[in-house]
Design a protein around this ligand. Structure first.
Ligand code: HAM
Length: 416
């Protein structure tokens, strides 16, 4: 037997309605905020993520699914959706179109991580990206989109926000971080020694216990924000309050990707264990430029669909079950089954969910199957019914039966 690859999951037919519910809600919320869907390839040139996500991040250094294609090009399965959306924005010259451009995506994403509850190697994201608007109000709107989705899904999840400033204030902060870590350099893990040289901000994101202990007393970015970044952050907070979005400031949020500037945020649930971050995002005003486009401010987020579903399950959110088949038409013999096929086709043409036998089963076995698939009615056709032109229709809930003429069936079931 060939097994599913480690860190991946099947969504089985019996469960897919839960996914469709979450995805449907994500599309509905996007519609309310006038956000249109973008679809980009599952794989991109590796360089896009090296330059976009950042070559000191865990994602790029350790977790990418990278391979050479038959043309000797280095290709990577996308580990997230932002870099592909940004590449497409530039490539399609969207800055000369309608600005701001608001887009969303529902995608599979791939990261070679150590699998555990809520952490997979193939997972799925609903993401939103807004290009062209630099205002704090846009940050607040993007956060409000995520907040609206979570609330519509019946979730109460805590929002944490922070600002990591612009390159100007970051330079001063990076120096402060270096000064702070310098006396403890030898105690840091090998990755952090590298981070210290290349990107000190990443030091705050280390998962190693030893490094985490040292991090506790590190200087806080909020104390180093320049005047503009400080004002921007104040306005984000006031817009969130005016939209009724509750938040907490967490100066330790730096995010695991390099493209962020100013506002960063995470929605964190306490009900699914260590991997509690269901949604993360922020502003990234330099990415378009870094990828070779014209300077364009941007802000966005992505929510993990598996994690959303986990929190929904843990907190007892009931997802509406899919519509059950209206009727199962059982045929006694081959002739009757032929009639059942024709009648079911007619019902389906009229928008009703009808099911029939596909395995030459006895009527008793057909009833069993009808029960298993949750059919609300079973219409039985035997030799007599065939001659009389009507079926014996049984309501599975009440057990009551009545005769219904073949040519009346559509009308009959439309009323049910
Ligand atoms: P991220 O924080 O890396 O951000 O991922 C966003 C969400 O994807 C996480 O909060 C989590 O729910 C889910 N996720 C990430 N890794 C895994 C995994 N291995 N297994 C299951 N779920 C996972 C981004 O990807 C950014 N592109 C978000 C963004 C959009 N920023 C601006 N625009």
């Amino acid at each position: 037997m060939i097994n599913i690859p480690k860190g991946t999951k099947d969504v089985l037919p019996a469960d897919s309605y839960k996914w469709q519910y979450v995805e449907g809600m994500a599309r509905e919320v996007s519609r309310l905020f006038n956000v249109k869907e973008i679809r980009t390839p599952v794989f991109e040139h590796t360089e896009l993520f090296q330059r976009g996500v950042g070559d000191t991040t865990d994602i790029v250094t350790k977790e990418m699914y990278t391979f050479k294609d038959k043309g000797d090009r280095s290709i990577t399965l996308k580990p997230e959706g932002t870099a592909g959306a940004a590449r497409s924005f530039i490539e399609n010259g969207m800055y000369s179109g309608v600005l701001p451009t608001k887009m969303y995506y529902i995608i599979p994403a791939f990261r070679y991580e150590r699998p555990q509850a809520g952490r997979l190697r193939e997972f799925h994201q609903f993401g939103v990206e807004v290009y062209g608007a630099a205002s704090a109000q846009t940050d607040a709107e993007v956060i409000f989109i995520a907040d609206t989705l979570l609330k519509k899904l019946g979730l109460q999840i805590k929002l944490y926000i922070n600002s990591i400033g612009c390159p100007t204030c970051r330079a001063a902060y990076n120096q402060a971080l270096k000064d702070f870590f310098a006396p403890n350099l030898e105690m840091l893990c090998a990755d952090c020694k590298n981070r210290y040289e290349k990107n000190p901000l990443r030091l705050l994101d280390c998962k190693e216990e030893g490094c985490k202990a040292i991090n506790v007393n590190a200087p806080k970015i909020l104390d180093y924000l320049c005047e503009e970044c400080h004002a921007h952050f104040e306005e984000v907070k006031s817009c969130l309050s005016s939209a009724g979005v509750e938040y907490e400031i967490d100066p330790r949020i730096v995010r695991g990707l390099d493209y962020y500037t100013r506002t960063v945020f995470e929605f964190v649930s306490t009900s699914i264990g260590a991997q509690g971050t269901v949604c993360g995002g922020g502003r990234y005003d330099k990415l378009i430029e870094q990828l070779g486009g014209k300077p364009t401010p941007a802000v966005g987020f992505a929510a993990g669909i598996e994690r959303l579903l986990m929190v929904m399950e843990q907190t007892g959110v009931v997802i509406p079950e899919p519509e059950r088949p209206t009727v199962y038409i059982a045929g006694m013999d081959a002739e009757c089954r032929k009639k059942a096929f024709a009648l079911a086709s007619e019902l389906r043409k009229n928008g009703l969910i009808a099911e029939i036998d596909h395995m030459d089963r006895s009527v008793k076995a057909q009833f069993k199957y009808a029960d298993k698939i949750g059919a609300r009615y079973v219409a039985v056709i035997g030799g007599n019914e065939l001659i009389e032109g009507k079926a014996n229709v049984k309501c599975m809930e009440t057990g009551e039966s009545e005769s219904v003429a073949f040519d009346q069936m559509t009308e009959y079931f439309k009323k049910k």
